[in-house]
Design a protein around this ligand. Sequence first.
Ligand code: ADP
Ligand code: ADP
Ligand code: SF4
Length: 590
Amino acid sequence: MRIAVLLKDRCKPKRCALECIKFCPRVRAGDETIIKGEDGKPVISEELCVGCGICINKCPFDAIKIIGLAEELKEDLVHQFGKNEFRLFRLPIPKKGTCIGILGQNGIGKTTAIKILSGQVTPNLGKYEEKSSWDAVLEYYSGTELFEHFKGIADNKISCVLKPQYVDRLPKIIKGEIRDVLKKADNSGNFDAIVEKLGIEGVLDKEIEKGTISGGELQLVSIAASLIKDVDLYFFDEPTSYLDIFQRLKVARIIRELSQEKKVIVVEHDLAVLDFLCDNVHIMYGTEGAYGVVTFPRSVRHSINTYLSGYLKEENLRFAEKIEFFAHPPKQRQEMNILISYDNLTKAFKEFTLEVERGIIRQGEIIGIVGPNAIGKTTFVKMLAGVTKPTEGAIDFDLKISYKPQYISPEYEGSVREFFEKTSQELFTSSFLKAEVYEPMHLKYLLDRQLDTLSGGELQRVAIASCLVKEADIFLIDEPSAYLDSEQRMLVSRMLRRVVEKSGKSAMVVDHDVYFIDMVSDALVVFDGESGKNGRARGPYSLHEGMNRFLKDVDITFRRDEDTHRPRVNKTDSYMDRQQKQNGEYYYRM
Ligand code: ADP
Ligand code: ADP
Ligand code: SF4
């Protein structure tokens, strides 16, 4: 079957000559394969289109997708938003006793699938011109595993709760003291137990809208607001963004435990956490904005390996490029020029003290920064940037630093193009930046979008690019992985390495995704201490030594997957876990 999709936010008929219509050979032959719609945008007839692909190439904005799909998918269309709009094929199947994951790139229908399973959207089975009905849905699913589920949804007998993806938007939507918000949501009577499990006693008195709650705290509160509800089906859309690794593992254990009693579906892009958390995973493939297909569930290890391979063996389908998890050869740090060195710095706030041991940062290297939240990572970075003065010790270097903060908000009113024109013209004029930043971040497609309409992942790409484009000696990038899908994380890590290597600049990257840190870092600064009270920074160490020290603090061990060489968390107390701990090998050898 062939589908024709118009990416409406890219299509700008006022700025083109409607080349799609003009050059379509079927239109030239006299039929109405593409006509101008009421909004001035093209409407493509899938019945008349012969799939020559001319319109795809002629469109100056890459707004048209004509895609050939396997014939058997025809029967599996669950939902289509409208003519020439996004289509979702098949659905994940919730199951009690197994924690189900969904793994796929951004924009291919994960949220749509969740909304359908939770009953927020009634699927139209492709009949977008008619009003959708649960009767039609039940008839379609009769005799299948999903029948009982949709029957329960249609009869209001199955209740669901969704932990939303963008927790940083919550202060705009929910008001009041966190204790009251959670108490109101509590229909399980588990308020005390959940607050204790998640360790959020300290934030209960805070008011959400006041802006004093960190992203990590908002994430935990949002997870608590879901757990506190006694429902049949729980959805967690990216439950780990802004959480440190201790919190990620804690949340993973809690969600896993819940899945033994209830149906649970999780969307997660931190592959180490997904691996640790889920039993079975549905890979989703497709084309962003055009279509998405949910595949049958595979064991989590098999799913992640398949996802990285980009090839679905059973379907004989290549859906993405293979992502190789190769260990980049460690750089010989001693041979690189020193950019800065610092010696025993202390910063004391009223309730928090940070001690930084002696360290050296070299030109052309990326230092990964790992450690719990509220341990002084930002304070450290700010001291290096000269924004904050140390209480003891001196910073006697004068470096230009370009900083991407952890929380990014579209503060600029206007389009992405205007934003870059105003702040970083070089993106358009420098051939280096064009090739190494603009292209790999796919910024072309975002330029005409208003900044405040970008999704979390799109905004993140703009923020990372904006940081790299600025004139600086060192880039400080705080949690670049938030809201990026796994593939984009790999692209960003590759891009950062190229920019740093080719420009001879240095970068410090704070992140909690172990895969990302593994891919991006040449060396590691490791933070430990007690969150919110005192912190200590040590290093930079080699990646292996740093990871070893860090994971020892976290008390988990990683091995390498035999097939893909990706890191995998060992089960606590498994043979490998005990063996590696005994040998002091928390992180596998390169
Ligand atoms: P994901 O969760 O995988 O990022 P979504 O389910 O949010 O993806 O969206 C998939 C695609 O569906 C989007 O790229 C968008 O083009 C389309 N889409 C989502 N919601 C709507 C809607 N209400 N109307 C039309 N298209 C939509
Ligand atoms: P991280 O980046 O590791 O999450 P931060 O460096 O942001 O940690 O903060 C470490 C601790 O220092 C936190 O408990 C925070 O509340 C405190 N802190 C940070 N900046 C200030 C400040 N200007 N005044 C008082 N306390 C601060
Ligand atoms: Fe016309 Fe279809 Fe060819 Fe596009 S792909 S130019 S719509 S025939």
